[in-house]
Design a protein. Structure first.
Length: 202
């Protein structure tokens, strides 16, 4: 009986490293490294991936956002997508937000998607606030226009609404009119992440 016990102990000691190795291999497979900017075909593709993984100025996703402004892979060519935010000021009774636009990789125009909508290439970027509901999401306003800040490459917007039903909201920007009928739109539509608004009182 003592011999059987010794054999079982010896077998356990021999198999433990193998089991540990198998567990480590499973963990290694589960943890997928974040690709670098060179893995993406455009800045917009990198931004979509960054947003899908919950990236933001406060949450890094690999090395995609080196300056922590929420805009991924700013050296890549278009199409371009920014990082957009939405909030609600309960005291003032208004929605607000900022969209940080990516700079152009080449060309004379520093921020090629700072202006333009579906009708006019030099008009304001147009947006709306949407509430998440079953079926198509509900637009909260008529079409709104954002204020462009060319010195910083940002779009600022504000929309007054005193009575806001609690829920999940996001801001969606429409695409810019195509300057060429061929290829992808250099300035496609984009949106912020969904956020519960209004925030609870502190």
């Amino acid at each position: 009986m003592a011999t059987d016990l010794s054999a079982r102990v010896l077998a356990s000691l021999l198999l433990a490293p193998i089991a540990a190795l198998g567990l480590w291999a499973a963990v290694a497979v589960a943890v997928t490294p974040v690709p670098g900017c060179s893995s993406f075909s455009s800045q917009a593709a990198a931004q979509d991936y960054f947003a899908e993984l919950g990236g933001s100025p406060r949450r890094a996703v690999g090395d995609l956002d080196g300056d922590s402004d929420g805009v991924a892979c700013e050296g890549l060519s278009g199409p371009y997508k920014p990082f957009a935010t939405i909030g609600y000021n309960r005291k003032g009774g208004f929605f607000y937000g900022i969209a940080s636009m990516p700079p152009a990789a080449t060309g004379d125009e520093r921020y090629p998607c700072l202006y333009g909508n579906r009708h006019f290439p030099d008009g304001p970027r147009r947006l709306n606030v949407y509430k998440v509901v079953p079926g198509p999401d509900k637009a909260t306003f008529g079409v709104l226009g954002a204020e462009a800040r060319p010195e910083s490459g940002r779009l600022l917007w504000k929309a007054e609404r005193e009575d806001v039903t609690p829920g999940s909201y996001y801001v969606g920007f429409e695409e810019k009119i195509r300057l060429s009928p061929y290829g992808a739109n250099e300035c496609p539509g984009f949106r912020s992440a969904e956020i519960a608004l209004p925030q609870p009182r502190r």
